[in-house]
Design a protein around this ligand. Structure first.
Ligand code: KIV
Length: 313
């Protein structure tokens, strides 16, 4: 069975964590893309992805920080809420940020619950066997958990930067053992980030739930990319594993440049883009007798239609 609705065409109910777990046996790889707000959620859900990850990459690609350590559970819940209000068919996975599952079981469960209350159908957290307690506490609260192994960006200070993981035998073995432990603990899927493809293959073969790769080669049960990387909005870092399917950053800059040129040249707005008085009203008003206030602007309060009420009628 595949959870991929773009190919199955069934959109009767939103996808769930069990749907994703069951897709391990499918020949069609799973697709996950990040989104952080309503417009990006509509784009990725409209494209038929299986999962929308509201990732803590929010910190870097949306909020302008240099790493993911700056976002809080409140930030994440705010953005999960924006994605959830679009009512996507894809499963929404909310990323638990750094320090939201490190302090105590109670805090961990409360933070996971905040993302579920905001509209996520599952949460993701980073780390191997040392996170088993946190995973058990969240699962105990009936919240599905996605694991994340390999390069875990919340550990950049500990691992010394954004580096490929699992290149040595011991490190590779640790990733496989961690993955087995996470799957046995009940994670419904595991993200593998920046590991050699051979390691990803070993993990994929060793566990009964899907692996979702990013910089982990083709031997995973699915793939994930960050929205801003995939669409060409992010220029600061261009890792080898990112395939850019568009250059929307450049397209957007060009569009805004054209707008600025039109405004400065007096070409915007045109007559068609303007609300005009009726000829009858214009001829019945003697402009020279209008009371002008201050510097000549009409400051009288005028009822303004809301954005959705504005029509040409
Ligand atoms: O936060 C994120 O976007 C992620 C992906 C890179 C998998 O964790």
């Amino acid at each position: 069975m595949t959870a991929q609705t773009a190919t199955s065409g069934t959109r009767s109910r939103p996808l769930t964590a069990p749907d994703i777990a069951n897709a391990k046996s499918s020949d069609t790889p799973l697709v996950m893309v990040t989104a952080y707000d309503a417009p990006s959620a509509r784009v990725v859900d409209g494209a038929g992805v299986d999962m929308i990850l509201v990732g803590d990459t929010l910190a870097m690609v949306v909020l302008g920080y240099d790493n993911t350590l700056q976002v809080t559970t409140e930030d994440m819940a705010h953005h999960v809420g924006a994605v959830a209000r679009t009512k996507p068919h894809a499963l929404i996975v909310g990323d638990l940020p750094w320090m939201s599952y490190h302090v105590s079981r109670e805090e961990t469960v409360r933070n996971a619950a905040a993302l579920i209350r905001a509209g996520a159908g599952a949460v993701k957290l980073e780390g191997g066997r040392k996170r088993l307690d946190a995973i058990a506490a969240i699962l105990d609260s009936e919240i599905p958990v996605m694991g994340h192994l390999g390069l875990t960006p919340q550990s950049i200070h500990a691992i010394g930067g954004f580096k490929v993981q699992g290149k040595q035998l011991d490190a590779a073995r640790k990733i496989v053992d961690d993955a087995v432990a996470l799957a046995e603990a009940g994670c419904f899927a595991i993200v593998l980030e920046c590991v050699p493809d051979g390691v990803a293959r070993m993990v994929t073969d060793a566990i009964s739930v899907p692996t979702i790769g990013i910089g982990a080669g083709r031997h995973c049960d699915g793939q994930v990319l960050v929205y801003h990387d995939l669409l060409g909005f992010e220029d600061r870092i261009r890792p080898r594993f990112v395939r850019r399917y568009a250059e929307l950053g450049a397209v957007a800059t060009e569009a805004v440049r054209s707008f600025a040129e039109d405004v400065r040249a007096g070409h915007f707005p045109s007559s068609e883009e303007t609300y005009h008085m009726t000829d009858q009203l214009e001829s019945s008003i003697d402009m020279s007798t209008l009371e002008l206030a201050g510097d000549g602007a009409d400051t009288a309060e005028t009822p303004v239609a809301s954005r959705t009420e504005l029509t040409d009628a």
